[in-house]
Design a protein around this ligand. Structure first.
Ligand code: CDP
Length: 210
């Protein structure tokens, strides 16, 4: 079983993906980390984020050490990731790794922006998780505060809107639901409610496949 979870920043897709993976005993890949790690390598090198040649070699050369989580999850890296993610050659450099993960014999859960559309178009289950920008900014503020970052809600809301625009308007693999995805709006749902709704979607898809 391949479960593809897509959606905009701070929609709750990562939490849902993690919970589904634990529930079904499947491996989980947060594909945003690949773009965040690529951006981090570039920033560490002092390279510009839109330097295509450097960005491609950073993506190709990603190593385990680049995935040390603390710095990757910060606000700066999310923004930087969406800049490198708009470079088609960077996306191309990261496709095989993601497809290989999706093709594991036992199945997999992947979350990102283009899982249902590009990485795993044949996934058995596709969920597009969304929520209002205001609620997403609230969730991101809580998350960042929990990590000890200073939080400025209006700036975070602006980040979210800017990232939505950049991710949706890029030419290559823009953020959009696959035609056969089920939309899950988590604006009025807490974590448990969102997970229950996602389980329901998976259950329905499994029954339909019988
Ligand atoms: O949780 P949040 O959405 O803020 O972060 P993320 O999922 O780690 O994604 C960071 C950035 O990476 C996004 O804004 C996208 O531009 C990019 N991304 C992408 O283009 N394709 C993916 N499959 C995953 C992330």
């Amino acid at each position: 079983m391949i479960i593809a979870i897509d959606g905009p920043a701070a929609s709750g897709k990562g939490t849902i993906a993690r919970r589904l993976a634990a529930h079904f005993g499947l491996p989980h890949l947060d594909t945003g980390l690949l773009y965040r790690a690529t951006a981090r390598v570039l920033l560490d090198q002092g390279s510009k984020l839109d330097d295509i040649e450097n960005a491609v070699s950073a993506a190709r050369g990603l190593a385990l050490l680049d995935f040390e989580e603390d710095r990757l999850r910060g606000r700066e890296m999310g923004e930087a990731a969406s800049v490198v993610a708009a470079i088609p050659q960077v996306r191309a450099a990261l496709i095989d790794m993601q497809r290989a993960f999706a093709a594991r014999p036992q199945g997999a859960v992947l979350d990102g922006r283009d899982i249902g559309t590009v990485i795993a178009p044949d996934a058995n289950i596709k969920i597009f998780v969304t929520a209002s920008p205001e609620i997403r900014a609230q969730r991101r503020s809580l998350e960042l505060r929990g990590r000890g970052e200073k939080v400025d809600y209006p700036a975070i809301l602006e980040d979210i809107r800017k990232r939505d625009r950049r991710d949706s308007e890029r030419a290559d693999a823009p953020l959009m639901p696959a035609d056969d995805a089920t939309i899950l709006d988590t604006t009025d749902l807490n974590v448990e409610g969102a997970f229950a709704a996602a389980l329901d979607i998976v259950g329905r898809a499994q029954r339909e496949a019988l």
